[in-house]
Ligand binder design. Structure first.
Ligand code: SF4
Ligand code: SF4
Ligand code: SF4
Length: 247
């Protein structure tokens, strides 16, 4: 039986999530026994337009990217959004807070007319996505879990609980107790609570859990004398496409 043909694609992004895939090392060697990687710009120069599974990294920020991602959807049987840029729009959505012509002027100056830019959006705003691997960057264990699940025809085991659960399992002192803002209570776990573990508040790079209790999070902020605007500005760092969900 032929192995599934796998391709990696990059849209507007830093390509850091693809780099994470390259650090998987031993497990990647095991995976390549089960799949044929036919396009992967970070790792090989060969390319193919014939693939079954497409990992798509990056957000859509130019008109030309819309057609390109639709072509990938038409070709692949399975599409996986890879990383925060692809799943929730990610850091690229910061520009959505400004008028697009202004953004172009700031970045390109006199050359602004030569460039196309549209508000940044996740790939799911344009095409149907079958699976999401969250985070900026992704977690390598989660990449392996989702890939194995696809190959085994089962549902991937992705946390549906907040970062606070992983944070408390590590016995961290809650950052709220230190007067710091953290989005852990409303953000999907899976990163092993890396930011609060290193004394930095979660900024929600893995997106919201399915049913975030925003009013409870606001109450928590208020109980600790913290400002909701600080929480929103943190949330906007990665969730610029869904500001209204917080407010
Ligand atoms: S999610 Fe983060 S690490 Fe991944 S491509 Fe986007 S900016 Fe880079
Ligand atoms: S530091 Fe953040 S993630 Fe950890 S328990 Fe407190 S609110 Fe939750
Ligand atoms: S703690 Fe929050 S911001 Fe940090 S990696 Fe996890 S989800 Fe992302």
């Amino acid at each position: 039986m032929s192995k599934p043909r796998v391709a990696f694609f990059s849209f507007t992004s830093c390509e850091g999530c693809q780099l994470v895939v390259l650090t998987i090392e031993e497990q990647l060697l095991e995976l390549v026994k089960l799949i044929d990687i036919v396009s992967f710009r970070e790792a090989m120069s060969e390319k193919s337009d014939d693939y079954d599974i497409a990992f798509v990294e990056g957000s859509i920020t130019r008109t030309s990217e819309i057609e390109r991602v639709k072509t990938i959807r038409d070709t692949a049987k399975v599409v996986i959004a890879l990383g925060a840029c692809a799943t929730i729009g990610g850091i690229n959505c910061l520009k959505n807070q400004f008028e697009m012509n202004k953004v172009k002027d700031i970045v390109y100056g006199d050359m602004a007319d030569k460039f196309d830019t549209i508000p940044a959006r996740p790939i799911e705003a344009v095409i149907k996505v079958d699976y999401r691997i969250q985070g900026c960057p992704i977690d390598k264990d989660e990449f392996v879990e989702v890939t194995k699940a696809i190959l085994q025809g089962r549902k991937p085991r992705i946390p549906d609980y907040p970062v606070c659960v992983e944070c408390q399992m590590k016995e961290n002192v809650c950052l709220f107790e230190k007067g710091m803002v953290c989005l852990g209570p409303i953000t999907r776990a899976g990163c092993k609570a890396i930011c609060p573990t290193y004394n930095d508040g979660c900024v929600g790079c893995r997106g919201l859990i399915d049913a975030p209790n925003l009013s409870s999070h606001k109450d928590l902020l208020s109980e600790h004398g913290l400002n909701i605007d600080d929480a929103i500005s943190r949330y906007m760092l990665f969730g610029g496409n869904s500001k209204e969900k917080y407010e």
